[in-house]
Design a protein around this ligand. Structure first.
Ligand code: ADP
Length: 651
């Protein structure tokens, strides 16, 4: 039902390139439309995180925009006053006056002191606002990043297990997680930086227009090539990063292998460390080569462009100087400073606008990864609405009817036309060699996947018609690769029924039934003992067998109608496994239960045994019936029994 993987979209950002001139304008329109829709999405995200962020940034923008022109005006007024004082110096002070005298004269006979006080207030205000703004942006950045991370993991909660089999999913996840941390706030703050620069630029243009309205226009026009290069390379960089997501994930994987608690033992003993470090380095080399070439080429362009820009700017400065000198009646030295700093501010503003616009553009491309991830839709949903309610606390019947299945993105049928019934209140054991399809049956039974063909009925109705949350709650399933959580012992158990909450008596009872209580009682903090020494020094590590008993206790704790154990007892000895199965059978009276086990001795008391081979059922019946039939089960059973007898005799 998931079909083959969709074509990779990493060659462009989803919009096919124009093939003829006629398609150019619709293409540009689509690019712009895409840009704005992503752009608004980011504003929505930030607004969701906190509306205050946008409001404060907007106010700061107005301040930041108008401050530079005020600063330049103050500086030019100061120069004029100083020039006046300089010209009047012979009237104001005696030759050889000391510093103290000069300061007194400045305060008494000039306006320099007033302007310096204004400058002081201006500088203090500017610094306070700048620092508050920076602190605010940093805090908001964390807040927004957290909001998006929560959104991503909340989304991951709804994603089908089937997606976890697909490299494409991890690619989307990696891309989304990487961008979420900094892009949105970067885009928003760049937007406001751009706006404040725009305000400053416009005010300086107004100032400079007195001299010549064309000067600012020239500055803007000559900045265009740099802008174009930034946009082009922003996009190239985005496409490159997207194409190379696999490399980054590989590097992440290799580095995790080196630090993963479970794998590191094997890595050490097989001396694989250098192999994986080598793989890490080789992948980085490949990844870095392309990135370096992009960075070098972009900057080479910028060097050429900036030399041309510097020449034009120098000519403009010369022009401003010439205009001021040309008309000494009208312009003062202070005016020159004002116009010259206006010109250089316009140049700076234009550069900043180009840079922040490019950042915004590139950021919106990257944010596409977050949008894409959030767009993933679960396929495992009720077939029709309203969904059927799952009847609880009754014995259920499950029927597989001609079920075939291949894992998403693969063609190989791992189950072929499988039909069987799990009758109300009975215990069934699935038997078969590794890879026969036992776990796959459990995954279909619990609706983690849907069949490729055929149907599964729960109490006579298609399992896909039921409410999925209620359905999941009905099963108490412990898989081979059960969860080992770095929390306390009792939490590990009560996670079997999170809705019931932590009931200490029930936790102890579940642990007793699974046989876990024996070792738990010996732990320092008993049920409160923290597990896995990941976070706490005083935590405890358990053996695989102990973990297995704990996971079985979790199943006992659950308030499920159908109990499923998929070989979580493989590391226990045959006796312990048999005891657990016996407990299950007693406890699961009136409950339907399914076990997967490779130890056939545990199967003997089951109501039904299903023998699988290469995804097909080859035998089905009670232990007695199958032994009498002398087929595959008989063969497997006698081989195992013989081995046990031989082993015990050898001892
Ligand atoms: P069993 O539990 O009997 O050992 P499984 O049901 O786990 O066998 O696997 C049956 C077949 O399905 C095997 O060939 C296995 O390689 C394949 N398989 C299992 N999980 C996946 C998966 N997530 N994606 C693709 N193939 C899978």
């Amino acid at each position: 039902m998931y079909g083959p993987p969709p074509p990779r979209r990493d060659q462009n950002d989803g919009i096919p390139k124009p093939k003829s001139f006629k398609e150019v304008f619709p293409y540009i329109f689509k690019v712009i439309k895409g840009f704005f829709s992503r752009y608004f999405y980011i504003f929505k995200l930030v607004w969701e995180a906190s509306p205050l962020i946008l409001i404060v940034m907007m106010l700061a923008t107005i301040f930041n925009g108008t401050f530079p022109v005020i600063g330049a005006k103050i500086a030019s007024e100061l120069i004029n006053e100083i020039v006046d004082a300089y010209n009047n110096a012979s009237n104001l002070m005696k030759p050889g006056a000391g510093m103290w005298e000069i300061i007194q004269i400045v305060f008494r006979d000039t306006h320099i002191d007033d302007i310096i006080i204004i400058e002081l207030i201006y500088l203090i205000l500017k610094s306070i606002i700048n620092n508050c703004y920076n602190a605010f942006v940093n805090i908001s950045g964390e807040k927004v990043a957290n909001h998006i991370k929560v959104k991503i993991i909340t989304k991951a909660k709804t994603i089908d297990i089937a997606q976890f089999d697909r490299p494409e999913f991890y690619e989307k996840f990696e891309n989304a997680s990487r961008e979420a941390t900094f892009r949105p706030i970067q885009i928003i703050s760049s937007t406001f930086t751009m706006l404040s620069n725009l305000i400053s630029m416009i005010s300086f243009i107004v100032v400079l227009a007195v001299l010549n309205p064309w000067a600012p226009i020239i500055v803007i026009v000559i900045s265009l090539p740099a802008a174009i290069i930034r946009f082009i390379y922003g996009r190239k960089n985005f496409l490159y990063m997207r194409r190379r997501s696999k490399d980054r994930r590989q590097m992440e994987y290799y580095s995790q292998i080196m630090t993963n608690k479970d794998i590191s033992k094997e890595v050490r003993l097989f001396n694989l460390s250098d192999t994986f470090i080598g793989k890490f380095k080789a992948t980085f080399k490949k990844y870095f080569k392309g990135l370096k070439s992009l960075i070098v080429r972009e900057n080479a362009w910028h060097i050429v462009i900036s030399i041309a820009t510097a020449l034009v700017n120098a000519a403009l400065f010369l022009y401003v100087a010439a205009r001021v000198i040309e008309d000494p009646q009208r312009f003062t030295v202070g005016d020159y400073s004002f116009y010259a700093s206006s010109l250089s501010s316009i140049i700076t503003c234009v550069g900043a606008i180009v840079a922040s616009t490019a950042t915004v553009y590139q950021g919106t491309l990257f944010i596409d990864n977050v949008i894409e991830f959030n767009k993933l839709q679960p396929q495992i949903v009720p077939l029709e609405m309203p969904a059927l309610d799952v009847k609880r606390h009754i014995a259920h019947t499950i029927e597989f009817k001609n079920v075939s299945f291949s894992y998403p993105g693969t063609d190989k049928l791992v189950l072929k036309n499988v039909s069987f019934t799990l009758d109300k209140g009975t215990t069934t054991v699935l038997v078969g060699l590794n890879g026969a399809g036992k776990t796959t049956i459990i995954k279909l039974l619990t609706r983690l996947y849907d069949p490729t063909d055929g149907v599964i009925l729960l109490d006579g109705e298609d399992i896909r018609k039921y409410d999925t949350t209620q359905l999941y709650k009905m099963f108490g399933t412990i898989f081979q690769d059960f969860g080992r959580y770095a929390v306390s012992v009792e939490e590990n158990i009560y996670y079997g029924d999170i809705e019931k909450g932590l009931n200490e008596e029930d936790v102890i009872s579940a642990a007793t039934k699974s046989g876990a209580s024996d070792y738990i009682e010996k732990l320092d903090d008993k049920y409160k003992t923290k597990l896995i020494r990941f976070f706490d020094e005083d935590a405890t590590d358990l053996s695989i067998g102990q973990w297995q008993k704990l996971s079985v206790a979790r199943a006992f704790y659950s308030d499920s109608d159908i109990l499923i154990l998929d070989e979580p007892t493989a590391s226990l000895d045959a006796l312990a496994e048999q005891q657990i199965f016996k407990q299950f059978e007693e406890l699961t009276e009136n409950k339907t239960s399914v076990f997967v086990s490779h130890r056939l001795s545990s199967a003997t008391t089951a109501d039904k045994i299903i023998v699988l081979e290469y995804g097909q059922i080859i035998e089905e019946g009670s232990h007695k019936a199958l032994m009498e039939a002398k087929g595959k089960y008989y063969e497997l059973f006698t081989t195992q029994a013989k081995r046990y007898i031989d082993n015990s005799q050898a001892k």
